[in-house]
Design a protein around this ligand. Structure first.
Ligand code: PLP
Length: 398
């Protein structure tokens, strides 16, 4: 019998991410060729947005002898988030209810560790972001993926209801949604709230809604952000600056409890969330970047340019014969793969220097995921490759 070494939780996560890791290795081991058109992840392919580096440098300067001491939250950072949330959402968020975190990962992880009992279940959307299951296991929870409605990618409330058990503790809602770009309308979130209120009462415990909102400001066509926090009092909002600043390597985000949540629950969270962050290895954002937060809060990638890039790509890809839905938010396109094997099609594109994610890697088989964080030059060089490759497939089929 083999002797157990690393935890079974980690083994499950390693196994689950094997395909992603294999793909990543293929990409990263040789390194992408210097002229690759890289549409794979939400990584910057251009120099940082104006003001970002200046703010980081300015706030890296220590003010006094204590500047670099241990600290959990910089008061200026919490105050800036509370002010910005209050202005954007029309409700008075309190600085004390904001935990500054190491990006969205840190916000989601500390929320889970703060509220989950060992073995409780976390429902999350499929297709969806890659790491909900890993984060759930990291907090000793059980991941429960629930499919979104096919084609519309709406929340499937009967499916969520069917997945709820006495062990359910968290339902994750990601809006705008990665990878589909869907923004759930208020009516859907209200209906989910009623369902969670009913199920919480039935099981005699709060089912938390974890609103994963790193794309809250990546809104296209003038769409507004619609947060579940305004529908359901027991919502925790997780946010990352990684998307808005297109600087995910800097690791800054927050977790917020809203003013509609009962005071007693907020008081518990004010202790449980920082304790969870300590338990995750002192998972607080660094002092300099927390001090910079009020300045960073004012910056954002150029949404008009992103939208132009989206429209340029959708126009040219549709003309070439691709079926590409129009995302309402986020920076992803999810065209249908012209052949059922999306990995094979992505590999064919990669041979020609165009790197996209096979949809199978984000539980979207039969599609591709294209990140519009590629630069305009990459877009222009890639479009003829997309056109040529679908034509090739069709010629072979016909
Ligand atoms: N949630 C979603 C839906 C995401 O797409 C991402 C990043 O891709 C995150 C959370 C984590 O964001 P960060 O890496 O900035 O912590």
């Amino acid at each position: 019998m083999p002797i157990a070494t690393v935890s079974s939780r980690m083994l499950s996560t390693i196994e689950e991410s094997a395909t992603l890791t294999a793909f990543g290795k293929r990409v990263l081991q040789g390194g992408l060729p210097p002229d690759a058109c890289d549409f794979m992840f939400g990584n910057p392919q251009e120099m940082p947005i104006p003001g970002l580096v200046e703010a980081l440098i300015r706030h890296a300067q220590p003010q006094d002898a204590h500047s670099l001491g241990y600290m959990r939250y910089e008061p200026v950072a919490r105050a800036a988030v509370a002010a910005s949330l209050s202005a954007a959402r029309g409700r008075p968020y309190e600085a004390a209810d904001i935990a500054i975190t190491t990006g969205g990962f840190g916000a989601l992880a500390s929320a889970m560790l703060a509220v989950l009992e060992v073995g409780e279940e976390v429902i999350y959307p499929r297709p969806g972001w890659f790491f909900y299951a890993a984060l759930t296991r990291g907090s000793a929870g059980i991941p429960v993926p629930v499919d979104l409605a096919p084609e519309t990618f709406d929340l499937d409330l009967p499916a969520i209801e069917a997945a709820i058990t006495p062990r359910t503790r968290i339902v994750v809602v990601n809006t705008p949604h990665n990878p589909t770009g869907r923004i759930y309308p208020r009516a859907q979130l209200d209906a989910l709230a009623r369902l969670l209120e009913r199920e919480s009462a039935r099981h005699g415990k709060v089912i938390w809604l974890l609103a994963d909102e790193p794309y809250a400001r990546i809104l296209l066509d003038g769409n507004a952000h619609v947060s579940p926090a305004e529908s359901y009092a027991h919502t925790l909002i997780a946010y990352s600056y990684g998307k808005t600043l297109l600087a995910p390597g800097e690791r800054l985000g927050w977790l917020a409890a809203g003013p509609a949540m009962p005071e007693a629950d907020r008081a518990l969270l004010r202790q449980a969330v920082p304790t969870a962050q300590v338990s995750h290895g002192y998972g607080f954002a660094g002092r300099g970047i927390q001090r910079a937060l009020p300045d960073l809060e004012k910056l954002c990638i150029d949404i008009a340019a992103l939208q132009r890039r989206r429209d340029r790509m959708i126009g040219a890809m549709r003309e070439a014969g691709y079926d590409v839905p129009v995302p309402e938010g986020t920076f992803y396109l999810i065209p249908r793969s012209p052949v059922p094997d999306d990995t094979a099609f992505a590999a064919r594109l990669a041979e020609q220097g165009v790197w996209v994610l096979p949809g199978s890697l984000c539980e979207l088989p039969g599609r591709l995921r294209i990140s519009l964080t590629a630069n305009d030059d990459m877009v222009e060089r890639a479009l003829p490759v997309f056109a040529r490759t679908i034509a090739e497939v069709r010629a072979r089929a016909g």
